[in-house]
Ligand binder design. Sequence first.
Ligand code: GLU
Length: 385
Amino acid sequence: MKQLSERIRGVSASRTVRLSGVIDSLRRQGHDIINLGVGEPYEAPFPDILSKTTAALKGGETRYGPVAGIPELRNAISEKFDGYTGENILVTNGSKQALYTALQVLCDPGSQVIIPRPCWVSFCEQIKLAGATPVLVDTKAHQLDCHAIEKAINADTRAIIINSPNNPTGAVYPKEDLRAIADLAWAHDLYLISDEAYEAFVYDGWTHRSLFDFPHIRDRLIVAGSFSKTYCMTGFRIGYAAAPKEIITAMARLQSHLTGNVCTFAQHGALAAARRDPSHFHGWRNHLQKKRDMTLEMLKDLPCDTPRGAFYVFPDVIHCLKKNESAEDLASEILQRVNVAVAPGEAFGGDGHIRICYAIEEKRLIQGLERLVQVIHQRTGATAP
Ligand code: GLU
C-alpha cells in the first residue's frame, strides 16, 4: 500500500476541532461537560438571520451560486472597507478557508511566513499545506515584538500573519504596533494577512484597529473576517477575505476547484446579519466584558494578563504543573475529574498556559470555573476562599 502524501503526513489535526469531537463523544456517553475549551458563543443567531435563511431555503436558494459569493453579500461586506466594492470580497467557508486560500495563493515552496506566538491552531498547519514554513516569533506579554519580527525577515519571507484581537490570548494590538508592522511589510515588500475574526469583541473602551486603516499597504493586505463569532453563526460557515481584486480573483479561482460557492441559503442569513445595525452589539459586549472580569476574578490565583479582546483568557498554569507535566496533562485531568474542557496552551504554541473561553452561559461559566479552581487548589495546596 502506498503511503499518504508527505504533505498530509506533516500536518496534525486541528486541536480545537479535535477537542469538540472529544466533548461531543463524552456528552453522548452521558457526561455533563462544561465546555470552556472551544471558542464559540453559546447564543442562538438573531431571529431575522434565521428567518432570512429559512426564507431563502424555502424560496429555492438551494442551487449552485457564484463561486465568490452572492453579489448582495459581497457588496454589503465591502461597505466596511473604504474604496472597496464587492469585487474585493470573496465569501468563504468561515475565515478559516479565507486564510487557507490566501496562503495557497501567496506562498511558494520554500516561502516563509512569520506568525507571532502564541497563535491560533490552524496558522502553522495551513502554512505547511501551502508548501511554506511557519516562522514563529515570540510575543512579549502577549504583545507584538516588532523588533524580533523585523529580525526574522529574510529573502524567503513572503508574509506576516497578524491576529488582533488575538486567539488564544485575547490581546489587542495598539495602533502604533500595527503601523510598525504595516511599515515593515511595505519596506520589505511582504504580504500581510490580518485575521480579524474577533473585531467585534474589544473591551474597556478600546476600539478595534484594522490593518486596513493603513492605506499604504492595502495593495499587499488580505483581511480575513468572519460572521461566526460576531453573529453567533459558527455552523453557517460564513467568512470572507477582503483584498485587492487580483488577489481575490486568484483566490476565487482556487475556490472554484475546492468548494465552489459557500452554502447559498446560509449566505442569505449572512446578508441579514451584515445589514443589522451594529448597535445591537453594545449590550452583548458589555455582558461579555463582565464575564471576562468575573473569570479573571475567579482565577485570580493564576497569573494572567488582562485580555482586552476576543473571548478568551490565557492564564499561566506553570506553577500548578508537576515535574515533566504539560498544560495538556492538566487539561485532561480537569476534563476527567471535573468534566470541564479547557484548551491546552501547547495547541497554540503557548506552553504552560490554558485557554478558557468565557462566551458561555453565565451559570455554566461559574460552575465550570468553580470546578476548575477546585482542581488548581488541590494541586497547589491552596485553600478555597
Ligand atoms: N476558532 C475557534 C477556536 O479557536 C473554533 C475552532 C477552530 O476552528 O479552531 O476554538
